[in-house]
Design a protein around this ligand. Structure first.
Ligand code: AMP
Ligand code: GLY
Length: 427
């Protein structure tokens, strides 16, 4: 039977989800922007805000959706999964209560402490900013300052890395957040493991390293992610045997403690000298990380979705064993002062064997326009990270002058630096 699937969201991550599903189901999509890649793969497309649970549920009912996949966290936070489930459309994505794992960082840390999830850094939660500032003074060492709510990955300030203690205090006083988490600064290399979760079990995908900083050499402000890479196996070159498995133990403990969780569980880890510690959890695929994972997933993604919905055991996952490198093209000035509304040209035939994913672009009658967020990405695949990188970079050679790219992501020199960094930390 052909399933009718509704995809919520219009970014690069959702284009990757659409491509993983389009051949195996009747796909419909809804998002606030018109993503040309998704629109072409879908049998129908509706423009709606991703947070409009009522409109999304109406659209799902109208098309007779059997299933829904929710891309962005904003939709989860708005209760879109709850609304779809309640309307009889199984949503692959957690309900609001479980999505708090991502949407409320104070809840996330307290949950880890109470459920005894391994890898939790030392932390305190404050709703009084004066008390938070006093804690910064008292705490002998570096801290990460995190607003408890969603900030699109851009609200965290790490003392001793991005800001001084004085700047962190000024930030807390000016921003006037309701609640912040202050936690031990973790030092090491970051990596992500995403898993499919349903009925108290999970299936994990290979580790990915994302690059959040805006400029080459990991300089500049944090972004949603400028690009990412994965290797031919589950681990990354800077990891040692056992590190990936330690990360799976963390995901296992979360899934055990949240039996109603369903959808994608994204663990963001810092590989420290003492092994992986949890930077955060997300309740959905990463963007760009979905673009690393889904192209190498050989198990039909629809089989994961239907098993989750039907209460069947999730299928064992097979991967192609290729390395991937994803690079984003972002509007000039992104993230601080993005050149939105710029008309850009994307040469679809010029990307060669690389995969092209459209992200936050808007398709109008006379062409493609940037928004305030990342525009499009390419993914190279190969039998090594270096081969995948070369394919991705070549694909971007004609990207045009109104977008910016971090060419360094996935290059051998950068990988070497990561390995040296971890070797030094372990000594
Ligand atoms: P988040 O929004 O929690 O993903 O944080 C954004 C970025 O801040 C992460 O990707 C890390 O680079 C950094 N970060 C968050 N928490 C910590 C921490 N405890 N120690 C060091 N860096 C952190
Ligand atoms: N790449 C980071 C995220 O999706 O949150």
């Amino acid at each position: 039977m052909t399933e009718t699937v509704l995809l919520v969201g219009g970014g690069g991550r959702e284009h990757a989800i659409a491509r993983a599903l389009a051949d195996d189901c009747s796909l419909y999509a809804c998002a606030s922007n018109r993503n040309p890649g998704i629109r072409r793969l879908a049998d129908g497309f509706e423009t709606v805000e991703e947070t409009d649970a009522v409109a999304i549920t109406e659209f799902a009912t109208e098309i007779g959706a059997d299933l829904a996949v929710i891309g962005p966290e904003s939709a989860l936070a708005a209760g879109v999964a709850d609304a779809l489930d309640d309307a009889g459309v199984y949503a692959f994505g957690p309900r609001q209560a479980e999505a708090r794992l991502e949407t409320d960082k104070a809840y996330q840390r307290r949950f880890m402490r109470e459920a005894d999830v391994p890898g939790c850094p030392d932390f305190e939660v404050f709703d009084d900013m004066d008390a938070a500032c006093a804690y910064i003074d008292e705490y002998d060492g570096d801290l990460a300052v995190k607003p408890a709510g969603l900030t699109g990955g851009k609200g965290v300030k790490v003392i001793g890395d991005q800001v001084t203690a004085e700047e962190a205090k000024a930030y807390l006083r000016d921003a006037d957040y309701d609640r912040v988490v202050l936690e031990e600064r973790l030092v090491g290399e970051e990596f992500t493991v995403q898993a499919f979760v349903a009925d108290g079990e999970f299936r994990a995908t290979p580790a990915v390293q994302d690059h959040k900083r805006a400029y080459e050499g990991d300089e500049g402000p944090n972004t949603g992610g400028m690009g990412s890479y994965s290797d031919t196996g589950n681990a990354l070159p800077f990891m040692e045997p056992g590190d990936y498995e330690d990360a799976l133990d963390v995901l296992d403990a979360v899934v055990d403690a949240l039996p109603d969780y369903k959808g994608v569980l994204y663990g963001q880890f810092m590989l420290t000298a003492d092994g992986p510690k949890v930077v955060e959890f997300n309740a959905r695929f990463g963007d760009p990380e979905a673009m690393n994972t889904l192209p190498v997933l050989e198990t039909p993604f629809i089989d994961v979705l239907t098993a989750a919905r039907d209460g069947d055991p999730l299928p064992a996952l097979a991967f192609s064993g290729e390395a991937t490198v994803c690079k984003y093209a972002v509007p000039d000035g992104y993230p601080t002062n993005p050149d939105s509304g710029a008309r850009i040209a994307v040469d679809e035939d010029g990307v060669g064997d690389a995969l092209l994913y459209y992200a936050s672009v808007d398709e109008r009658e006379d062409g493609l326009y940037t928004t305030t967020s990342r525009a499009f990405a390419v993914v190279g695949l190969g039998d090594s990270i270096a081969a995948a990188e070369a394919e991705a970079d070549e694909a971007l050679s004609a990207a045009g002058d109104r977008v910016r790219i971090r060419h360094d992501i996935g290059k051998p020199e950068l990988l070497e630096e990561r390995i040296e960094h971890m070797t030094e930390l372990r000594e």
